[in-house]
Design a protein around this ligand. Sequence first.
Ligand SMILES: [Zn+2]
Length: 370
Amino acid sequence: MNGRQLPKTTSRRARAAALCAALLLAHAILAAAQPKAATPQPDDYLFNDTHFHLTNYIQEGINVRDFLKIMGNKAGRAALFGIPLQQQWSYRVDGDKGPTYYLNTDAPLYYYSFTDAWIAAAYKSLTKEEQARFDPMITGFNPTDMYAADHIRRVLTAFPGVFSGIGEFSVHKEFVSAKIAGEVASLQDPALDRLIEFASEVGLVVLIHNDIDTPFAKEGTPPAYFEQVKALFKRHPKATFIWAHIGVGRIVRPAQAQGALIEELLKDPAFNHVNFDISWSEVAKYAVATPESTRAVADILDRYPDRFIFGTDEVAPPDQGAYLRVYNQYAPLWALLDKATGDKVRKGNYERVFDEARRKVRAWEKAHVK
Ligand SMILES: [Zn+2]
């Protein structure tokens, strides 16, 4: 209460009017005390986005405030990251034509750690309500380096209160892995184990890109990396994994019987800590290729509604139309899913995974960052 007294009046009508005014005043005070609705209410938006790149392969992109406008009332929250790799502009190779994408040139890519400071600065430029819509991720480490875990610790120390996870980082990625300067990444590298162990200790979500197979694999042969990726998941039962694109690439097509392979993980409680992101137009393309493929994907999502998370994998989209492209591409799938499954895949699973990560990482920072 604010200690205001009702004015002394004699007439009942005047008392009623005064009471009414007091109630209106109380209502106004309460309304002013409510936080501003920067975060759309649960039913206002279409999805949360578990896979969004604010910047591209030459570390350019859009302003985070412009991205907020693009999200509008369509996307509630987004996992926010840049790209850990910088495409070098080699004048010897490309002359005046600076490449903007890794496929534009034979010049190498290299790990660009400053991306993490860039993302932290973007996040810190926002108000508290705006920040609540983002889960920034640390990506600027070299997964072949035993010191990668130390980079992650350093980023958390420099920017406490910001990050919820690591990734998207890549181990095997068609055209990319072989182009990176230095040693090629491997799922069997102790450096990778060390950094995932550290992420597990902190509670950081691990968003990993690893193609299930090599490009142009011979039909009928087992996918090259499936056993290795399974072994990695199994070695780290305390990590919260999101396997980006379920292992599909641009030309690494879903392995024959990919549904059955993935279901092997879904059925086995030893992999309960592994989630799957269905982001990227290439993944959507295979999923909704035919009515039969769409049905098969819907069936597996309905059987395991807690394990799949929608994401866009858009890179610095220029406008909302471009940002909603993958969401709209999935329209035939959304139409087939049970309502409860659709809500979880589009929103609820993201909230479960990232709310838990926020809680754990903030607790770790409180205990370790002085
Ligand atoms: Zn991506």
